[in-house]
Design a protein around this ligand. Sequence first.
Ligand code: SAM
Length: 372
Amino acid sequence: MKVGFQYLTNVSSSTRASDRQRCSNLYATSCATDPDIAPREAYSSEMLVDSFGRFHNYLRISLTERCNLRCQYCMPAKGVELTPKSELLSPDEIIRIANLFVTSGVDKIRLTGGEPTIRKDIEDICLHLSGLKGLKTLAMTTNGIVLSKKLPKLKECGLNALNISLDTLVPAKFEFMTRRKGHSKVMESIDAAVELGYNPVKVNCVIMRGMNDDEICNFVELTRQKPINVRFIEFMPFDGNVWNVKKLVPYAEMLDKVRQSYKGVERLQDHHTDTAKNFRIDGHVGTISFITSMTEHFCAGCNRLRLLADGNFKVCLFGPSEVSLREPIRAGVNDAGLKEIIGAAVKRKKAKHAGMFDIAKTANRPMIHIGG
Ligand code: SAM
């Protein structure tokens, strides 16, 4: 099934609503029942349920292996080998796969990378995806370097949730950590997102000992006036990022630091699929969270699947196993065949990840390829 990507490129904003309608017509009518009136379970597919009964309603799509930053914890110092263009998913292939997931019960898609905003067709991709009937959340994780200018259009194209990565409030340290300039651009993007009404704007902050753990409370301070959710992420091991347990600042230690400086730090009720432990602080409009993948994993509630830019499908961020969807698609597989491949991979998903020391020893991809 093809969608007219060229047709949709450079369309004016006034025609976007009708394009979106056309797009949903093309892709959403494979649901036997009308999702507007049928309960979601009526068309949720077995394909998304693993052998532990976890239902996966959240697909993360890496749109590119390229990035305009070189963050030390993400991109290996020697760079990464880029997949030849012909072996990357085409926009049509991305939309076809996404549609298959959405008609099977996925209601949240996150676009990531590499850096998703460097794709020239990012607006068109958002427009197509947000038009998939049944999709409630179209989110993006971005470094914010070129986001502020693009955001109004991206919002118009259906992007309704946003995570912006920022690991330091010190411009010189930003340049050291990311091996590039651009701190003020990221700050601008956070403000632009707030102004455009994204609420909360999530700010992803990977904390590393000796690097930025002295800034935890400065980040907390940002939440006093801004409606943002700062998410302190434990440093995770991936290929080429020279992970070491000494650089990991455990959740308990981060929270302790916050509690020593702030009164009225209160745990919020989390959803069982939440990756974050969420807190509010008296008098702050924003909130803080901790992503504790290393010291208190949350695999039991995992609802996430990943599609990489080369078309490989990954059921666990830390699990090395991958299955290609691109190859069967190019060999002419139909949707039923593709669902079988996806369903079998989901059924092989393990109960939990192997633990940080084993993960650190196991070959996986560099994070820049997986996208978080
Ligand atoms: N380029 C985009 C960005 O910077 O947000 C999207 C891709 S990036 C791989 C997605 C997220 O993964 C970012 O928030 C980044 O901070 C996080 N990340 C990358 N490497 C990590 C690591 N080793 N441990 C924890 N988080 C990591």
